[in-house]
Design a protein around this ligand. Structure first.
Ligand code: HC1
Ligand code: SF4
Length: 563
């Protein structure tokens, strides 16, 4: 606790870890390209440099706040200094901003404008390097890298993977996978977190917008969409609506206008997942085999466990993800000519996640030799496509999703946040459907703060021990404890991205603190207003099991190989 003077005004601080945070909390947007509160401090870009009352300059990200400090954030010297840093960065940067995937969403572009860089005085002396298109999820463009190290640190510190690193020295320094290999040949799990933290177009989404537009203009094709839980709370703010507000009804409307024949809800797939996964869980608890059950809906986590903990492959649930289940069911439904009207079906899933593109390509995402999900669009791609249409999204009336797969329970919606899968499983195991029971479940520990949540619940005389984890570095910690016998659980839910899918690698970036909280609150709000709270109350799920799914549950809802 202390007081400092920032630009002539007294500001108190408490436990802020650096001067940069105190300045930001005082309402001043100090520029930076390399500082992130969730990553270690690198101090590379120097844009957050401030000046003290003796004219000394220092990087505010690397300085602890001290009582009595006097600092200035916007002097003539600092403006000149910042402008020069940006010019030097642009000197080594290819400048094809007009055609860059991140145009309009690039921190370097924004800062160049903000500091009045209207020309670059220096020649770009760097030789152009080839782009890496090897991954189905992300594209690396080394020509746009500014060496901020964000991707290196997020991959290492939050995901515990280390697929990227620095190579060479001085003006030859570069970020690349080890031995300059293609990213797809590394341990990369396709989570896209590097793309979220990358301030420029050096890492972007491998987009599929063109293929989807093409399918939409083919009159002989039925184009079907499914929309993931976390997408609905992230689209609105791109169109000026309040952060975190669920806009599922508007998304359905806009997709219909874009030409999608059917729009379904991935929460229906999530209900199917819980039906299957809770049955599988109970079977394992009763037999005592293959425990802990490890959840299987996050493809980045599934790839991680296969590569780093292959001895636990058998513990991973055999259930397909909600995306996988719904796509397989939809494709099977339209295999019947009575439903398809003779048209070819193209299944498009709209996800907050770049790894879902990889999941859709996995050998176990095919049924009867056909791909279940043809294309995965991330939330960001959907926003781009809506902008292409020129439709005034904010003003659209909400529309209902289509039947028979357009309706999921609140338990399906909360899949979008960490702990949601577990909470939906516990709801399914609950003996009744009373409001008080759901409230009690919400308070059992599943919604506690933190990226590793441990708690237990009583079930039929057994104390069920549960761990909910988000972030793959945290997953590694927990798996090491399980492997060594230090910890024992019945169920472990793991989501690769911290806080779950709401913070997936395909979501709109530049998400501030309020965005994370708003998206979480939006998901829980969507659950609380849902009439049906658990999968077995969903009449459409019940009629599917009674109807064409009968006898096909194993074929359509489960994986028949690990990956
Ligand atoms: Fe997710 Fe899932 S919750 S993995 O985060 O199990 O992507 O939203 O769609 O499949 O339902 C993502 C979200 C999503 C699946 C579900
Ligand atoms: Fe690392 Fe994820 Fe980026 Fe791959 S996609 S390089 S695993 S952060």
């Amino acid at each position: 606790m202390g007081t400092m003077t920032i630009d002539g005004r007294k500001v108190t601080f408490t436990d802020e870890k650096n001067v940069l945070s105190v300045i930001r909390n005082a309402g001043i947007d100090i520029p930076t390209l390399c500082y992130h509160s969730e990553l270690s401090t690198f101090g590379a870009c120097r844009l957050c440099t401030v000046e003290d009352d003796r004219g000394k300059t220092f990087a505010s990200c690397s300085e602890e706040p001290r009582d009595g400090m006097v600092i200035f954030t916007n002097t003539g010297k600092l403006r000149k200094y910042r402008k020069l840093i940006i010019e030097l960065l642009l000197a080594a940067h290819c400048r094809d901003c007009l055609t860059c995937e991140k145009s309009g969403d690039c921190n370097l572009q924004t800062l160049a404008k903000r500091f009045g860089v209207m020309e670059v005085r220096f020649e770009n002396y760097k030789e152009r390097r080839p782009l890496d298109f090897s991954s189905p999820s992300i594209v690396r463009d080394p020509n746009k890298c500014i060496l901020c190290g964000n991707c290196v640190r997020v991959c290492e510190e939050l995901q515990g993977i280390g697929a990227l690193g620095f190579a060479h020295r001085g003006s030859d320094a570069m970020v690349m996978p080890a031995f300059d290999r293609e990213i797809a040949t590394t341990d990369c799990v396709n989570c896209g977190q590097c793309r979220i933290f990358c301030p420029t177009g050096a890492i972007s989404i491998r987009h599929n917008r063109g293929e989807v537009w093409e399918a939409l203009s083919d009159p002989d094709t039925r184009v079907v969409a499914q929309v993931a839980p976390a997408v609905r709370v992230a689209v609105g703010d791109a169109f000026g609506l309040p952060k975190g507000r669920s806009v599922m009804g508007k998304i359905v409307n806009v997709l219909h206008r874009m030409g999608f024949d059917e729009v379904y809800d991935t929460t229906f797939g999530a209900d199917l997942t819980i039906m299957e996964e809770s049955a599988e869980f109970l079977e394992r608890v009763q037999s005592g085999e293959k425990l802990p059950l490890l959840t299987s809906c996050c493809p980045a986590w599934v790839k991680f466990v296969g590569e780093h903990y292959p001895e636990f492959e058998e513990n991973v649930s055999t259930c397909r993800s909600p995306q996988g289940m719904l796509s397989a069911v939809v494709k099977e439904y339209f295999r019947d000519p009575a439903n398809s009207g003779g048209k070819k079906t193209v299944m498009v899933s709209i996800m907050p996640c770049t790894a879902k593109k990889m999941e859709a390509n996995r050998p176990n995402s095919y049924t009867k030799g056909e791909k279940d999900t043809d294309f995965v669009l991330t939330t960001t791609e959907l926003i781009d496509m809506i902008k292409t249409t020129g439709i005034d999204f904010a003003e659209l009336e909400p529309e209902s999703s289509d039947i028979p797969f357009g309706f999921g329970s609140g338990g399906g919606v909360i899949f979008g946040v960490t702990g949601g899968v577990t909470e939906a499983v516990i709801r399914r195991l609950a003996p009744d459907h009373a409001k008080e029971t759901f409230q009690e479940i919400a308070e059992c520990g599943v919604r506690q703060e933190g990226f590793i949540r441990e708690f237990s619940i009583p079930y039929n005389g057994t104390e069920i021990r549960i761990c909910v984890v988000s972030g793959l570095a945290n997953a590694r910690t927990v798996m090491e404890q399980v492997k060594s016998g230090e910890k024992e659980y019945h169920l472990i839910e793991i989501m690769a991205c911290r806080r779950g899918c709401i913070m997936g690698g395909g979501q709109p970036r530049l998400a501030g603190k309020r965005t994370k909280a708003a998206r979480t609150a939006g998901i829980y709000r969507a659950d609380s207003v849902s009439v049906i709270k658990k999968c077995d109350e969903n009449p459409m799920v019940a009629s599917l099991y009674e109807g064409f799914l009968k006898g096909k549950e194993h074929e359509l809802l489960h994986n028949h190989s690990f990956c």
